[in-house]
Design a protein around this ligand. Structure first.
Ligand code: M6R
Length: 607
């Protein structure tokens, strides 16, 4: 997730406005930033690695002349956070400048093709193919608009793009596919931006661009067309009544709720990983003697789910270990034959990095999954994958968890293929199921939220909750419990349901809310038995079950139904969503701020 802003003014200087607007998008990414403007028939660029304020202190963004410009604040996906990889990116002649949010999936093919035709590339980004494609159109005599549309038709993947050129200094062309983009209209010029807060101080009249649309901005008007057939789209501007603070959360009361709702998008992004990195990670894992999945907190629960995925799909044993326990517990068994797959949203968690360092010293191979390019974990890993969830501001991990699960599931599938453990039909079925996940999560968010809210209100005053699941749903029970604990401070227990009769069942008495995670997998029969066990002792049963599962529904006091279309091994992704919402609404009902739970920090960088 990155932020882009572009602007074309009737009079005045664009750069101070672009600079201010970018700062309001810094929540979308902050590892590098840049501005390009048009002045006197030339493009002027200032960009660097670092946060906007740091770069401004060094380069003074506000001094770039010109009425027209594009700007970008970056959250790296392809290429480290360096000056070369910072946007805007230019073509060979410096006549085209492009800013981009999203992932161009076919950039490697396009890049090879363009290099063969003599283009020179400076960065390691996917974005840089765009200015070169536009350059070819301009060289062929096309207008900036037509050259851009030709380029867009070659792109696969997600993008919000804004493009300027010295060939037409009174225009900005922008386009959207699966990355957000809004247009702003005002008396003194027109804007486009990744999000409304960026432009709200200048205008509250906005047009939301839809997927597959391209817009031509001129100082006094905007024209929107469909990329596919060039048909003009007429859409009235909306007047936004939000304050800037409300707009930053896109109208949601908290970042946590916004991030829960962003999951269909972050999951789509997590499906856009480069195959060669997935292959590389899977190959290292396949060749190892011992595999440890190392992580803390929520990331540890993603690793627990992954250990089931690796075993069930690829017949490969991988041991999930809490980072802070790793050295004591397994340190002596680590050696050159060990692979550590470390999972950390921030890539900076002290306990995880300490364990990783220890394993490196003992010649283990370190692999990483993180959300932050350039984080320490990416620097110490032999190979790593960036999950592409965009910055997560709420302390409670939500969208980063489901994206970690999706990345790990893709690795499990690769492993299954390499190891020949699944038939082609099974692989195809799983792939189709993986691809359906973003839509299923979108559907859950649309259909279940009100029901979950009712349940939250009903049980918000309870003193104790139990979370139970079997098999891979144990991970969901643990993560559901952690969400509730950390933001609502409600004491809760989570166990594999089969373990409950070995101790935890003693806390059950009349009315104790007990949450069962019951997807329709091979554990369902036994979970029915566990539900009855708890019910007969007076527990209130709250079930997360498959749509239409009448047996579970009959035994439950409250039910959230999850759509059917997902393979059971992927169930931790859809089944955690109602539990995230449950924790959120219980915290809100208790008058707590879910974004800032007491005693907790987003990233725990101390021992
Ligand atoms: O950045 P990491 O994934 O390494 O963070 C690990 C934990 O600190 C983190 O998941 C923590 O448990 C979250 N607050 C959970 O919501």
């Amino acid at each position: 997730m990155c932020g882009i802003v572009a602007l074309i003014l009737k009079e005045g200087q664009a750069s101070p406005i672009l600079h201010e607007a970018l700062k309001r998008l810094e929540y979308r990414g902050y590892d590098s930033a840049g501005i390009a403007t048009l002045y006197d028939g030339k493009i002027f660029v200032k960009k660097d690695a670092g946060k906007i304020d740091e770069i401004h202190a060094r380069l003074n963004f506000d001094s770039i002349p010109g009425k027209v410009g594009v700007s970008h604040t970056r959250w790296s996906t392809h290429g480290a956070p360096t000056k070369e990889n910072a946007h805007p990116h230019l073509d060979c002649k410096g006549n085209v400048a492009v800013v981009h949010n999203g992932v161009i999936e076919n950039f490697l093919e396009l890049k090879d093709e363009l290099i063969e035709r003599g283009h020179r590339f400076i960065s390691r980004t996917d974005t840089e193919v765009v200015p070169h494609l536009v350059e070819e159109g301009l060289d062929a005599g096309l207008s900036l608009y037509d050259a851009t549309v030709n380029a867009l038709r070659r792109l696969k993947g997600s993008y919000a793009l804004a493009i300027i050129s010295t060939k037409e200094t009174d225009k900005v062309v922008c386009a959207r596919n699966e990355s957000p983009l809004v247009l702003g209209l005002s008396d003194y010029g027109t804007f486009c931006a990744s999000d409304i807060p960026a432009i709200l101080p200048y205008t509250n009249k906005v047009i939301v661009l839809n997927n597959g649309e391209v817009a031509l901005l001129e100082a006094d008007k905007v024209t929107v067309k469909r990329i596919s057939d060039g048909v003009t789209v007429s859409r009235d501007a909306k007047v936004i009544e939000w304050s800037i603070e409300q707009a930053e959360k896109q109208g949601y009361p908290h970042f946590m709720l916004k991030e829960i709702h962003e999951q269909s998008t972050s999951l789509r992004n997590a499906l856009r990983l480069q195959e060669q990195y997935l292959d590389l990670i899977a190959t290292f894992l396949d060749r190892s003697e011992k595999i440890f999945l190392l992580a803390a907190g929520t990331s540890h629960y993603a690793c627990i789910a992954a250990s089931y995925m690796f075993s069930k799909l690829a017949r490969l044993a991988a041991c999930p270990v809490i980072s802070s326990e790793f050295i004591e517990n397994y340190g002596d068994s680590v050696g050159i034959d060990t692979v550590i797959l470390a999972v950390s949203q921030s890539g900076e968690t002290y306990d995880t990095l300490k364990a990783v360092d220890y394993a490196r010293m003992k010649a283990a191979t370190i692999l990483g999954i993180t959300n932050v390019v350039g984080s320490t974990l990416t620097r110490v890993s032999r190979a790593y994958i960036v999950q592409q969830s965009g910055p997560e501001i709420g302390v409670a991990a939500t969208k980063s968890y489901t994206a970690q699960l999706l990345v790990l599931a893709q690795i499990a599938l690769k492993l299954a293929k390499i190891r020949g453990k699944l038939s082609q039909d099974e692989i195809d079925e799983l792939k189709a199921s993986l691809n359906r996940i973003p839509d299923v999560v979108e559907n859950i968010l649309e259909t279940c939220e009100e029901k979950v809210k009712e349940i939250a209100i009903k049980y918000s005053k309870e003193k104790l909750f139990l979370f139970l699941g079997r098999g891979i749903s144990t991970a969901t029970a643990l993560e559901g419990r952690l969400k509730l604990l950390e933001i609502s401070y409600t004491p809760s227990l989570a166990y594999p349901a089969g373990e409950s009769k070995h101790g935890p069942i003693s806390v059950v008495e009349d009315g104790v809310p007990t949450i069962f995670i019951c997807p329709n997998d091979e554990t369902r029969k036994e979970i029915l038995g566990n539900i009855m066990e708890m019910k007969s002792r007076g527990a209130k049963i709250i079930s997360m079950c498959e749509e239409g599962d009448q047996k579970i529904k009959n035994l439950s006091d409250d039910v959230v139904e999850i759509p059917k279309q997902i393979h059971p091994i992927l169930s931790p992704i859809p089944y955690i969503v109602p539990l995230q919402l449950l924790a959120y609404y219980i915290a809100v009902e208790k008058g707590l701020d879910p974004d800032k739970p007491r005693n907790l920090a987003k990233s725990v960088t101390v021992p």
